[in-house]
Design a binder for this molecule. Sequence first.
Ligand code: 13P
Length: 254
Amino acid sequence: MTPGVRPLVAGNWKMNGMRGSLHEASAIAGQYDWSLRRAIDLLICPPATLIAPISRQSIGSGLLTGGQDCHAAASGAHTGDLSAEMIADAGGSFVIVGHSERRADHKETDAMVRAKAEAARRARLVAIVCVGETQAEREAGKTLAVVRKQLKGSIPEGMNAATLVVAYEPVWAIGSGLTPTAADVAEVHAAIRADLKKLVGKEEGAKVRILYGGSVKPSNAAELMAVENVDGALVGGASLKAADFMGIVAVYRK
Ligand code: 13P
């Protein structure tokens, strides 16, 4: 946690969820009561087909929605792509960019991620910029170098705490059930915080939310969320079921 920074707990549904999943989203919205709303921001990034229906059914609940990726351009001949403006039009207010699955599956570079983060700002969406090392990079002792390079290359100039969130997701921790130790998370988040102060300015860099992602579940959330400079979570598998997701969120009730 960072004193004075409002935590964000975000669910990344990835390519999971059909119309039947709307009831999970509505259960999540239903449990986002006033005491939680006072404490945290709560976000679901469902598949693009569900952004509009979840946004619509969540009106008044405070539950936020967002996209999992966007194209850098606002419109044009880009078959199959989705612009940041379209996510905003569907009711979204955030967009994840540079997730390791996009970097791997679609060969996204830091420069491409940066352009997408710029597109997010243009569309008045908050960009959640993801960074994280692979297992081989960690074993080679390159974690901080990799994360810092991705951060520097992926964040546009002039971002601030209202337009940017950073998510640290070690690639080897995603979907594996493995997590770094609290000390390892603290080390990486401290490095991200220090670099953010240089990249977006001291004052804004101190307030940008830095999420941890990778095998977050109800049983480890309290320990991970208590780490210094961990301002929330980006949750994959455990965000698909309201009971699991709200079990993570429950950490902030205390
Ligand atoms: P898991 O929580 O399933 O490990 O996924 C993390 C993730 O990639 C969120 O973006």
